[in-house]
Design a protein around this ligand. Structure first.
Ligand code: SD4
Length: 324
């Protein structure tokens, strides 16, 4: 076989490069790892139980939107979790305020921010999406809408764990708006049904001891969550301010649209976040994404970020790679 024909054959078999004076050497094209549909991803280890609830919802005939709502409702009720739901750590006035968002791949979305006394802010976000002409309701307006929609108002009292932590914090009342490696747990969930339709949800009590009125990335469409059926979905966790600055989730979906894999897109978002934020040693943020082919990727600023990945067959916890 002539050198040229051999080269063409090898090029077709895989990527080829020529070393001067040597024959063409072929390397196999790295195969993309894709997972079967339906596929559900969630941030952190509480994602395992949330994923289970989401998969169960799909198996029982629910839609992918139902699945991502029911999935994170599980975490909103988790009394051990200090960054999601009404048992989360309060702001510096001692009041717990919640943020949540939900989105489907056709562009429908809804969110609530700075909302009090609502056990399932994710369901309120869904109601904003489905029952109002708006995308986002905040504060007292969100609470009034919740009352009108028949959501029960919970008593405003801290969970025993949150009260203990808050009383400890009050001894110094040091205002340090940072999220470090231990101090975060927000759940972001993204999922795809068997037909390839995508949806996502994100819910949090936000940054511990934040200023009253502070809103993070989680309820901001494009920052904490973004979903597009043409491309894929992404969600974020970590210091909301650092994520809002780079429109994190939207950035990742747009990078995937331009051909990056989910992992490459998350890594580039972390690179961008690092370039736009000072004191990066004190900031943790993690991104999680899937594309419509069923490829998965994650990346974080610091080690410690993990995510749960579920198909119909298995639900596993995976450690993310990180910049540092
Ligand atoms: C926020 N992103 O409010 C949320 C907090 C978080 O894990 O993700 N904690 O900034």
């Amino acid at each position: 076989m002539s050198q040229r024909r051999k080269f063409i054959k090898q090029s077709l078999m895989g990527s080829a490069f020529l070393i001067p004076g040597l024959e063409a050497v072929s390397r196999p094209i790295p195969s993309k790892e894709t997972f079967s549909k339906p596929l559900i991803l969630s941030t952190w280890n509480h994602g395992l139980s949330a994923n289970e609830a989401a998969i169960h919802t799909l198996k029982s005939g629910g839609s992918i939107l139902d699945a991502v709502e029911v999935g994170v409702k599980d975490t909103e009720l988790d009394m051990d979790n200090l960054s999601v739901g009404l048992q989360g750590l309060p702001d510096r006035e001692g009041i717990t305020t919640l943020d949540a968002s939900i989105m489907t791949g056709d562009g429908s979305c809804g969110s609530v921010a700075f909302v009090r006394q609502i056990k399932h802010p994710i369901s309120l976000a869904r109601a904003v999406m489905e029952k109002t002409p708006h995308v986002m309701l905040a504060g007292e307006g969100a609470r009034q809408f919740a009352i009108a929609e028949g959501f029960p108002l919970e008593k405003e009292e801290l969970s025993p764990k949150a009260a203990e932590a808050y009383n400890e914090w009050k001894k110094t009342s040091q205002y340090k708006p940072i999220i470090n490696i231990e101090n975060h747990d927000t759940i972001g969930m993204i999922g795809m049904d068997a037909e390839g339709n995508l949806a996502g949800s994100c819910t949090t009590s936000g940054l511990a001891y934040k200023m009253h009125g502070r809103v993070g990335d989680s309820p901001i469409i494009g920052a904490g969550l973004y979903v597009d059926n043409e491309v894929g979905a992404a969600t974020a966790t970590g210091l909301g301010e650092s994520i809002i600055r780079i429109c994190g989730a939207f950035l990742i979906v747009e990078l995937m649209r331009q051909g990056r894999s989910p992992r490459e897109a998350c890594q580039e978002a972390v690179r961008r976040l690092i370039s736009k934020n000072k004191n990066i040693k004190d900031i943790q943020a993690g991104f999680l994404a899937m594309n419509k082919e069923g490829e998965v990727g994650a990346f974080a600023v610091h080690p410690g970020f993990n995510y749960a990945q579920a198909t119909l067959q298995k639900n596993v916890l995976i450690d993310s790679k990180s910049h540092f």
